[in-house]
Design a protein around this ligand. Structure first.
Ligand code: TXA
Ligand code: MG
Length: 365
């Protein structure tokens, strides 16, 4: 059970971070406290990754199951010329690093890519949930990067939301979920990408994308052409396999409303949603429709929210979690979400929509 904390909110300018405020937050991390900080993907809930007790308090604050490991965030050490050398922050958390990982780091770090490595002895089982691997990311957000650097320690941080809810991309989401549960919240405005980082495992063959995200599969294929990705996220449930990304087995991104995702050609999607609005199961419920710029004016029923432009999936990625949360604040009972094309960041958008819906609520037309 979590204990109520006195939370201090620090407003920090993302384009020109005030060092004194970040020094305060860094000290809180060094002393074992919890700090919510912005990243380019979503807000993170951070603590000292080398201190098992601090890492454990993340699980308590989020209500996160202890078998779902955390991502460890590192900073580019500007003072050290060897970015990934033996003395770098990377090497405090990983045991070894192969050429594929180096190629990925050179292409995408700092940025929204998380790489799974064999862990070093300094990283505890609390952080990795008992795995012998650790997921590492070097965020590009200047506030995140400066905070980690000032802390002087790698920072373990899952997304800053109560477990199971959509990740926080706005400061209102962070306050709603975590005020009173953490020591410091750094407010630097909205996240720019809006979906989490891509998680890739290069520690074993074949090299696999475990979670699509801010770096697209197409971008990764340019570096590792043979990379594998399974878009059928429910496939693993058919076997007794332990999912490779432990987080995959939990319900995620779920608002209180029941979510359905409708996939197929655009005109068929719209037709199906209109039909569902009049279905006996739903017609007396408060309906929300997650639509796109191209389709929003085609509906006559329900609360229609435009997520963005289906030809520019970045716009949808940026708004998705905020919209899922806003359906709750309007007490919507059923959400019909339009599927989009799985290209670019659209792949990550569809992954999150399907997880929000759950395996039985994916409708193909
Ligand atoms: O963009 C992001 O990645 C954000 C920001 C804050 O950096 N963080 C984030 O963390 O999304 P979280 O905890 O919500 O998601 C981490 C994912 C989970 O699916 C977890 O299972 C997976 O990464 N993961 C962590 N360690 C792993 C490991 N050693 N092997 C495989 N998957 C791992
Ligand atoms: Mg999360």
């Amino acid at each position: 059970m979590w204990i109520k904390l006195k939370t201090r909110i620090l407003k920090v300018d993302a384009s020109n971070p005030e060092i004194s405020k970040l020094e305060y937050a860094a000290k809180v991390i060094r002393n074992g406290g919890l700090v919510v900080f912005p990243t380019e993907t979503v807000y993170g809930l951070g603590a000292d990754a080398l201190e098992p007790k601090a890492a454990n308090s993340i699980f308590i604050a989020k209500g996160r199951p202890s078998d779902n490991p955390l991502i460890v965030h590192i900073a580019e050490q500007r003072t050290s010329p060897a970015r990934y050398g033996e003395n770098s922050m990377l090497y405090t958390v990983v045991k070894s690093c192969n050429q594929k990982a180096i190629n990925l780091m050179n292409s995408f770090w700092p940025g929204p890519l998380t790489i799974v490595f064999k862990k070093s002895d300094l990283i505890s089982d609390t952080v990795t949930a008992g795995l012998d691997t650790v997921a590492v990311r070097m965020p590009s957000h200047p506030v995140a990067s400066m905070l980690i650097e000032l802390s002087g320690v790698p920072v373990a941080a899952p997304s800053a939301n109560i477990s199971g809810r959509p990740s926080s991309t706005r400061i209102e989401h962070v306050i709603e979920d975590l005020y009173g549960r953490v020591d410091v919240i750094i407010d630097s405005g909205n996240s720019t990408i809006g979906l989490e980082s891509t998680v890739i495992d290069v520690s074993s063959e074949p090299c696999t994308v475990l979670r699509p995200g801010g770096i697209t599969i197409e971008q990764i294929k340019k570096i590792i052409p043979e990379v594998e990705y399974r878009s059928d996220i429910y496939e693993f449930e058919k076997s007794d396999d332990v999912p490779k990304a432990p987080g995959m087995k939990y319900t995620h991104y779920s608002p209180d409303a029941e979510v359905f995702v409708i996939e197929g050609e655009v005109h068929k999607i719209v037709q199906k949603i209109k039909q569902l609005c009049n279905d006996d199961r739903f017609k007396n419920k408060k309906i929300g429709i997650l639509a796109t710029k191209q389709t929003a004016n085609m509906y006559e029923q329900g609360t229609v929210i435009t997520a963005g432009d289906r030809h520019n999936p970045e716009t949808i990625a940026m708004n998705l979690f905020d919209i899922l949360r806003s359906f709750d604040s309007e007490n919507i009972e059923v959400v019909f979400a339009e599927g989009i094309e799985e290209t670019g960041i659209g792949t990550a958008v569809m992954n999150r929509m399907r997880k929000a819906a759950g395996r039985n609520n994916i409708i193909k037309v």
